[in-house]
Every structure is written in C-alpha cells, then in structure tokens.
Design a protein around this ligand. Sequence first.
Ligand SMILES: O=C(O)CCC(=O)C(=O)O
Ligand SMILES: [Fe+2]
Length: 249
Amino acid sequence: MDTVIELATLEERFSGEYASFTEASWQIQLRSVLLREGLVFARGATASDLIEGLEGLGTVFLHPDASASGITEIKPNGDERGGFSRAGLKLHTDRALIQIPPAFLGLILDEAADSGGEALFLDSAELVARLIEVGVSSEDLLSVRLVSGVHGAEALPFLRRIDNVGWQCRYRDDHVGHPSGPPSVLAQIDQAFGELVKAVELVPGESYVLNNHRWLHGRRDFQGARRASRLLFNAVSESFSAFQLRDLS
Ligand SMILES: O=C(O)CCC(=O)C(=O)O
Ligand SMILES: [Fe+2]
C-alpha cells in the first residue's frame, strides 16, 4: 500500500505520532481534523496536495503577494519586520483587517532556518475560555475591536458571532493592526498568550493547515535562509470555520 501523506493533530505532532494515509483517504482525514481541531500537520504534502485536500471546504484566496497559483513564498527579502524578514511574528490572524479574513491557511516549510523560526500557535477557543476563567466579563471581551494600523478608521470585532453557526476570531498587535478595548482585558489577553502559545519546530517538507478564524499563528525570529510557501483559502461555507464558545452567549 503506497503511503503518500502523513497527518497529525497538534497533540500527536508533539508526541511524534503521525498517522500514515493512502491516496484514497488522506484528504478525508485532513478535512475532518481541520473541521474538528482547526489545526492539522502534514508530512509529504505539496501545495497542490493541500489545495486538493481542501476541496469542498475552501477555494484559493489570492493574497496581494501571491503568485497566480495562490502561493506566496515567504523568505527574507531585506525587510526589517513582517513576513519577509527574519523577525519574529507575534500571534495573528492573516488579513485580519479585511471584512472576512481568509478562513484557512496552509504553510509548507521548504527550507529550515539555521536557528529559530519555530511556528507559533494559539487556539482562540482556549484563549476565550481562559479569559472568562480569570474573570473577564463577556461584555468586556465582546467590546474588543481591531483597528487598522494602515488605513486608520475602521474597527472590526475581535470576536464576531455568526448567527446559528458559531464564532469567528481575529487578532493582531503589530504594524498592520492593533487591538482596542478595556486596558485590563488587553493585558489579560497578552498574559494568556504567554501561557497558551504552542511552539512547533517544523522540518522541511512539513506543513500545517489551520482555521484562520480560530487559531492565531506566528513565528519566532530566525537566522539563515528559512523559506516557506503559504496558501490562503476562503471557506465554501461560513459554518466550516465558525467554532463554538460555550462561555459566551
Ligand atoms: O513564516 C511563517 O512561519 C509565517 C509567516 C506569516 O505568518 C505571515 O507572513 O503572515
Ligand atoms: Fe501569518
């Protein structure tokens, strides 16, 4: 039986338990882990495999930096900050300041850094649960907005309820955009980030796909010639990326 692709949840990835799938079944497993967990790791998948794997869930979103096929090559180009630098990227939502950010993000590590460059992840469902647990009120939480650092004016909700389907989250705190809301809540968010963030050292040929409406991602700063390929997708249905938050109503 030809094994083409190996998949793991974040937990399985940490314990090195990749599961092998044949051609026939890996796409089904990829979609099912993505829908359930919002984050899935793969080994041996190319960009076109990921595009095929998301068939029925998402369609390729053309980022301004992407090539015609939708792939953005992420590598240092002399910038001092942002994706095309060697700088660390704080936890964020991709394209957080557009009305509906792309729902899914795939990233393949093509070439590893000499040091650093670990991928960072945070589940906003876990974040909200923690914030409620430490006493943040749902009213305060729902008052947090995201303000563009580039276009000025518009403020978009940190957490948006989509009728009958669930929630959507967006966040960034960098040159692209920043949160606005009760200072004590913003401080609690920062503290929870430090406690809940997960770092993964991807190996070349390894990739992840995440729900960009649920999981925040980032990376640590690095040395060397790290290179990655990124794909973004719009969801075929909002319900594919909306997630449940028991603590908020
Ligand atoms: O380099 C990475 O691992 C992620 C890059 C990224 O998140 C971005 O450019 O928005
Ligand atoms: Fe990103």
